[in-house]
Design a protein around this ligand. Structure first.
Ligand code: GLU
Length: 467
């Protein structure tokens, strides 16, 4: 059996964190089994679906690297096929026209409530013989009246629902358009899905879908209903918790590798391991190990994960992700050190990619002002002489590399009989404009000799002007 899974978002908003996790699990499972992963856009709700959402979903999938073998398949392109299956269900006696008016249905439900019964459609049109005039009927599926439906759920175990709990679902509206449960069933059958992995907010639909599948003589796929993601306050994750489209995570400086690793762990585990390479994800991921209970989103842990990946990913991969941020923050890196060298110097300290670009500007551009607090502390009368001594030592160097830079700094300390603690901080502020930078030898090496000398000269003037 070739495993086939799908991700089936409705394009009514961004690709959010819960959707991304479902997509990841479906993708992983197909890839792990050497199967097929399909993307299906469930866009039949014409009022709520937008082209913008479709684009956001495609962009999110691409950014996360969740590539698909089939699709995107748009449900709106398949209306003819749905009509065909609805007709088949009618022809085979598994569906019927329902002429009940809204008033009739309201009255029926009210009575059921009054009798302390669960409101449900009572199937009164199943045997209707006379057809009221001028009413466009809906079509309902004839749900079995007896017996149980069993959902064989890989995550939650077997779930048994008695058919008396279900009623006859509308599968076509009065204008003939198919409803959600019908389209999902037709697609999952036609596309040959072996595993349906989706959010457990769909679990109430599943027994109805299984019944329709059975009526169509189709094989029932395995189901894995993935619990919801909660905010750290235990409530369902929403915008309030910062639950936004995945592209916003890019904008905020997260690496897709880190987000994926965070998401796989949010609802699945393999011992105590937190960081998984893609190979390890593929090796260890099993649907059975998806947690049965909801998990809470934790931004701190995501930040931690991002830092792990900043430290460990190959420089070229980080450089690739950095491109967007360089453009977004308008940092031109054509005049300065190789970006991979800057990444290596900064990766252990950076909070994320936004921070990495923000704190690397001085490698490429001169700055207009100094960190104010540091300036008050470091640029005191007399410090200009220290910076002048450093300037002269650097100027005389034939080579420019971290080793000779460090030697020159040490020699200056010796000459002036000062500790490094007196010389280093004003030097750093003069060259980087901030009191935070990698080691001075590395920083100065990357800034370059010419720029270092210019910046020292400028700092000397600045100090003289203060005095
Ligand atoms: N379109 C549904 C949603 O976005 C998913 C349906 C499914 O996976 O079966 O929630």
């Amino acid at each position: 059996m070739t495993v086939k899974t799908r991700f089936a978002p409705s394009p009514t908003g961004y690709l959010h964190i819960g959707g991304a996790r479902t997509a990841l699990y479906s993708w992983l499972y197909a890839r792990k089994k050497g199967g097929v992963f399909a993307l299906r856009v469930e866009d039949t709700d014409l009022e709520r679906s937008t082209e913008e959402s479709v684009q956001a979903i495609l962009e999110g999938m691409e950014w996360l690297g969740l590539n698909y073998d089939e699709g995107p398949i748009f449900q709106t392109h398949r209306f003819d096929r749905y009509a065909e299956v609805i007709q088949q269900l009618m022809d085979e006696g598994n569906a019927y026209h329902c002429y009940c008016s809204r008033d009739e249905l309201d009255e029926m439900r009210e009575q059921q409530r009054a009798n302390k019964q669960k409101p449900r459609y009572d199937g009164r049109c199943r045997g209707r013989t006379e057809v009221p005039e001028g009413v466009d009927p809906v079509i309902r599926f004839k749900n079995p009246l007896e017996g149980d439906v069993v959902i064989k759920d890989v995550v939650k175990g077997d779930i048994v629902i008695n058919n008396r709990e279900l009623d006859d679902l509308i599968i076509a509206r009065s204008d003939g358009t198919p409803t959600y449960n019908l389209t999902v069933v037709v697609d999952d059958i036609d596309m040959g899905m072996t595993h349906v992995i989706r959010g457990d907010d769909h679990i109430n639909n599943t027994p109805r879908q299984i019944n329709i599948m059975q009526a169509l003589g189709a094989e029932i796929p395995a189901f894995a209903h993935v619990p919801m993601i909660l905010g750290d306050d235990g409530k369902r994750l929403s915008k309030r918790h910062g639950a936004v489209g995945v592209m916003q995570y890019r904008d905020e400086g997260y690496l897709p590798e880190a987000l994926l690793n965070y998401l796989i762990r949010l609802g699945w585990s393999h011992g105590d391991q937190e960081v998984f390479s893609r190979e390890e994800m593929l090796e260890f991921f099993e649907l059975e190990d998806i947690h049965g209970a909801a998990s809470a989103f934790n931004t701190e842990k995501l930040n931690w994960m991002n830092q792990q990946y900043l430290k460990s990913l190959p420089g070229d991969v980080i450089a690739g992700h950095l491109q967007w941020h360089l453009e977004n923050q308008s940092l031109d890196i054509s005049n300065g050190p190789a970006i991979n060298d800057v990444i290596d110097a900064q990766r252990d300290r950076a909070k994320g990619l936004v921070d990495l670009v923000g704190t690397s500007r001085y490698f490429y551009e001169d700055f207009e002002s100094y960190d104010e607090k540091a300036m008050g502390k470091q640029f005191k009368p007399g410090v200009d002489a220290i910076l002048q001594a450093l300037h002269d030592k650097f100027e005389a160097l034939a080579d420019w590399n971290p080793e000779v830079i460090q030697q020159a700094i040490n020699a200056t300390c010796d000459d002036l009989e000062l500790k490094l603690g007196k010389v280093g901080p004003p030097l750093r502020l003069a060259v980087a404009g901030t009191p935070m930078s990698p080691g001075l030898d590395i920083t100065l090496n990357l800034v370059g000799k010419e720029r270092t000398l210019q910046r020292l000269a400028k700092a000397i003037e600045t100090i003289k002007a203060i005095a």
